[in-house]
Design a protein around this ligand. Structure first.
Ligand code: HEM
Length: 412
C-alpha cells in the first residue's frame, strides 16, 4: 500500500470498532519539527504554543505494487482529467505518452518539478499529491492490446441523463492532493505534456474537507450533509484488498474504476423534511448511524420494524438497496467520491449546480459494481434528488517500479 506520512487509517463500517485518530502521532512529528525550527530561531522562556501542522511537504510514494491514490486517504482536492488520444497517435505514441506522464508524475508527487516545468517553484509543496492512471477501451485498442471484457461503457440506466461532455475517455488521470494549487499545477503540467498526444475530453474538479478541519479518517459529508463512505473497507486491510485489487491476469495489482458525475438537486433537497432525508438513505444525518440504531459503524438491522410494523430502514432506502439484503445478495465496492459545486447556468433560478464526482474502485466490475447500480436504478429513494449526468469506466493498471512506466505490464 502506498501511504503518505502521516497515515490516517479509518475503520470500516460494521467491521471494526472506531479506533480514534491514528494519524495524530505522526502529524505531531510535523508539528514538532515546525515548533523546533521556530524555537531555534526565537528562544523563549514560554512553553512553545501548539503550531498547526503543515501538510505541504507530505509525500505519498509513487512507485509500488499498486498505483497510489486508491488505498491512500482521499486528500482535500482532486481534478479528474478525461483525455482522448489524437487520431494520429499509434501504439508507439501511446507508450511514449505513458513514459512521459509517468516521469512527470514520479517527479511531481515527490516535490520535484517535471522536466521543462515552467513554474518549478510550484512543485515544491507536493501536499500528498498522487497521480493515478486509468485506461479506457480506446487506449487499449490503440495500443493493440485486448481490453478486459468489462472495460466498456456501463449499460444505459433508466436514471441516467448522460451528457457527452462528461462521458467516456481514452485515458483518465486522477490528480489529488491536500492543496488545490498543487493539484492545479500538476494537472496543467500533465496536460501540457499530453497535449501533442491527446485532447481534453473533460475536466472534473472536486473537493473534500481541508486537512486539519477534522481528525484524519473522519468520514466526509457530501453536499446533502450526509456522512458518505461509512461502509467502506478500511485502508490497508485484507478486506480492502479483497474488495479492490484484481488478483489475476495482466491487470493483477490494478482495479476497475467507475466515475460518474451525479448532479444533486440541493433545492429539491431543501424542501424535504429531516425524516424524509434520513429515510432516503436509511441513515441518521447527525451521526450517520443506521436508522435501526447504534453509531456510524454499527451493523444495520434491516429486520427491525416500527410499532406500526413497517421496516425502520425502508425498502426504498439507498443503504438497503445498495446493500442487496432484499435480493439475498451483498456486493461491496470502495467509494472515493469528491464533491463539486460550480456556478449555476447563467439566468437560472437555481442558486447552485452541485453534486458528486462519484468514484468507485472494485476488483470485479460486473460482479460487484453492476448489481449494486442495477438495484439502485430499479429502486432508490435518493434517486428523487440525484441524476447521473456523466459516466466512464477505466481499467487501472498496477503500480510500477522505479525506472518503469505505468501500464508497461499490460501493454507490452
Ligand atoms: C450522489 C449520489 C450518492 C449519494 C449522495 C450517496 C450517499 C450515500 C450515503 C449517505 C450512504 C450511507 C453511508 C455510507 O455507508 O457511506 C451510502 C451508502 C452506500 N452507497 Fe451511496 N450515494 C450515492 C451514489 C451511489 C452509487 C452510484 C452507488 C453505486 C452504484 C452507491 C453505493 C453505495 C453503497 C454500496 C453503500 C453502502 C451500503 C451498505 O451499507 O451496505 N452510492 N451512499
Amino acid at each position: 500500500m502506498n501511504t503518505p506520512s502521516p497515515t490516517p487509517f479509518r475503520p470500516a463500517r460494521r467491521h471494526l470498532l472506531r479506533t480514534g485518530v491514528l494519524g495524530a502521532g505522526a502529524l505531531g512529528v510535523g508539528a514538532a519539527s515546525v515548533g523546533l525550527d521556530r524555537a531555534l530561531r526565537e528562544p523563549s522562556q514560554e512553553p512553545a504554543a501548539a503550531e498547526p501542522a503543515l501538510h505541504g511537504q507530505l509525500t505519498v510514494p509513487f512507485h509500488g505494487e499498486h498505483q497510489a491514490g486508491i488505498e491512500t486517504p482521499a486528500p482535500a482536492a482532486a481534478t479528474f482529467l478525461g483525455l482522448d488520444l489524437r487520431e494520429e497517435v499509434d501504439r508507439e505514441g501511446v507508450l511514449r505518452l505513458l513514459r512521459l506522464l509517468t516521469d512527470d508524475a514520479a517527479r511531481l508527487t515527490q516535490g520535484r518539478p517535471a522536466l521543462a516545468d515552467t513554474e518549478p517553484e510550484m512543485a515544491s509543496e507536493p501536499a500528498s499529491l498522487t497521480v493515478t492512471f486509468g485506461f479506457g477501451p480506446g487506449l487499449m485498442e490503440r495500443a493493440r492490446r485486448e481490453a478486459p471484457s468489462w472495460l466498456a461503457p456501463l449499460p444505459a440506466f433508466g436514471i441516467d441523463r448522460l451528457e457527452e461532455q462528461y462521458t467516456g475517455g481514452d485515458l483518465m488521470l486522477q490528480v489529488a492532493a491536500e492543496d488545490p494549487l498543487t493539484v492545479s499545477h500538476a494537472a496543467r503540467m500533465l496536460l501540457k505534456d499530453a497535449r501533442a498526444f491527446t485532447r481534453v475530453r473533460w475536466v472534473q474538479p472536486g473537493f473534500r474537507r481541508s486537512p486539519g478541519t477534522q481528525a484524519p479518517g473522519t468520514t466526509m459529508r457530501n453536499l446533502f450533509g450526509q456522512l458518505d463512505g461509512s461502509a467502506n473497507a478500511q485502508l490497508g486491510s485484507e478486506h480492502f484488498s479483497r474488495v479492490v485489487w484484481i488478483k489475476e491476469g495482466p491487470f493483477a495489482g490494478g482495479t476497475s474504476m467507475v466515475i460518474r458525475r451525479i448532479r444533486m438537486d440541493l433545492d429539491g433537497w431543501d424542501e424535504a423534511d429531516r425524516a424524509a432525508r434520513e429515510q432516503s438513505t436509511g441513515t441518521r444525518l447527525d451521526s450517520g448511524a443506521p436508522l435501526s440504531g447504534g453509531d456510524e459503524f454499527s451493523r444495520a438491522d434491516f429486520e427491525k420494524v416500527s410499532v406500526n410494523g413497517f421496516p425502520v430502514i425502508g425498502e426504498f432506502s439507498h443503504m438497503r438497496r445498495a446493500n442487496g439484503i432484499d435480493e439475498g445478495e451483498h456486493q461491496e465496492i470502495f467509494r472515493r467520491p469528491y464533491n463539486y459545486d460550480v456556478a449555476p447556468p447563467p439566468g437560472s433560478d437555481s442558486v447552485s449546480e452541485a453534486g458528486q464526482v462519484f468514484v468507485s474502485f472494485q476488483a470485479d466490475l460486473n460482479g460487484q459494481f453492476l448489481p449494486i447500480q442495477r438495484r439502485l436504478d430499479a429502486l432508490d429513494l435518493l434517486n428523487q434528488w440525484t441524476t447521473p449526468i456523466g459516466s466512464a469506466v477505466f481499467a487501472i493498471p498496477p503500480g510500477c517500479a522505479e525506472g518503469d512506466y505505468v501500464g508497461r505490464s499490460v501493454l507490452e
